[in-house]
Design a protein around this ligand. Structure first.
Ligand code: ADP
Ligand code: MG
Length: 211
């Protein structure tokens, strides 16, 4: 079973958006998927509640309360982390996954916070013990803005692989409202935003993303 956690210290960086879209992507490829929401805010579980019953099923687990028990045969366990988890709590949280996606927004404050947090995650004893693999993702990019190029350059210079850049797009907002992922929306309209996920999905399929 693959265990993939979306994590960043900052709220609003796109953790829940990426976790829910990834869960629906794998579910739409006929994989058995669990979505574990460790955030007491429960955005991922709220998304799951809105999900139409005729769409591929995803098991929701409230990681902030219950012990996490994925169903038999689960292929992918996608985890949505809360913001601002540090120290011992962070070590305990990252124990649950082997692969980590860190989304960063094009904003100087977010980049600075991410630089510190990436170091903190990298140095947790559990990541080291698990040989966990981390990748970086630019989220809500707008082409040809100076701050996006700054984010691009910032992510390029970190030790972890910078695998994909997702645009700021209303498709994410519309999909979230319906309990869907962008891979379940009209293909022609979402072709560009879907294509941006390809390098992330390829990385997740590669050996480099697994211990
Ligand atoms: N790529 C994107 N394009 C447009 N809106 C986005 C994108 N990523 C996230 N959002 C929006 O930004 C807000 C915060 O995202 P969310 O995934 O809830 O962040 P987090 O879980 O890190 O707090 C939400 O309203 C979400 O719809
Ligand atoms: Mg969230």
């Amino acid at each position: 079973m693959r265990t993939i956690m979306v994590i960043n210290a900052k709220g609003g960086s796109g953790k829940s958006t990426i976790a829910t879209n990834l869960a629906s992507y794998y579910a739409s490829t006929a994989k058995k998927v669990s979505l574990v929401d460790y955030d007491p805010q429960g955005s991922s579980l709220a998304w799951l509640k809105a999900r139409p019953i005729n769409k591929p099923k995803i098991q929701g687990i409230d990681g902030s309360r219950s012990t996490v028990n994925p169903g038999r045969g689960t292929g992918y366990m996608i985890m949505d982390a809360p913001a601002s988890v540090h120290g011992k709590d962070l070590s305990n949280l990252v124990r649950h996954a082997h692969t980590f996606i860190i989304p960063v927004l094009p904003s100087p404050i977010d980049m600075r916070a991410a630089a510190d947090y990436i170091k903190e995650i990298r140095n947790t004893n559990t990541i080291a013990a698990h040989k966990g693999k981390i990748c970086l993702l630019a989220n809500r990019g707008r082409d040809n803005t100076k701050v996006f190029w700054q984010l691009d350059e910032f992510l390029d210079h970190l030790r972890e692989p910078y695998v994909a850049a997702l645009s700021d797009s209303m498709h994410y907002v519309r999909a979230a409202d319906k309990g869907l992922g962008i891979f379940e929306m009209a293909p022609a309209a979402t072709a560009i935003v879907r294509a941006e996920w390809q390098p992330l999905i390829e990385w997740l399929d590669s050996k480099g993303s697994q211990p």
